[in-house]
Unconditional design. Structure first.
Ligand code: CMP
Length: 131
């Protein structure tokens, strides 16, 4: 997912270009916006965290781009490409190092396991939207 502040700043094209040039294939792609309820559901795993309310506000605050990506070792390789949660800790050349504003507004989200990738993919896309 490309998050609201990165979409609003006009970084989407560059981020998608980096994703493709690093060997990922796009299986599904959508420009959309999460309601507060949907953002809360998407990040339900963080419900007990002190930043949950702020996270939901931010993620519902503007349009996002959702995608399903394919590659061998995709979860691990994508997390490497996006870099650490906090851009201050992210390696040079990573998406978050180049485009994230802060630990909260960190430009992109990547699934943390194959299982969660399936759940998160199904959250945004029907099977007929996946190719
Ligand atoms: P993401 O990889 O999408 O997973 C959970 C998100 O919560 C994370 O990126 C950040 O946007 C946000 N987040 C994580 N830690 C913090 C924090 N300490 N304060 C505010 N937001 C955070």
């Amino acid at each position: 997912m490309i998050k609201p502040e990165a979409v609003a700043a006009g970084h989407s094209g560059k981020i998608i270009d980096l994703i493709l040039s690093n060997g990922f294939t796009i299986v599904a792609l959508k420009y959309t916006r999460l309601s507060h309820e949907e953002a809360g559901t998407f990040y339900a795993v963080h419900k007990e965290r002190p930043f949950y309310g702020e996270l939901v506000e931010y993620m519902a605050g503007g349009p996002i781009i959702a995608a399903i990506l394919e590659k061998s070792n995709a979860v691990e390789d994508f997390r490497k490409l996006i870099g650490a949660t906090d851009p201050a800790d992210a390696a040079e050349g990573t998406i978050r190092k180049q485009f994230a504003e802060s630990k909260a507004k960190n430009a992109v989200h990547g699934s943390d396991s194959d299982e969660n990738a399936s759940i998160e993919g199904a959250f945004f896309f029907s099977t007929r939207e996946q190719h």
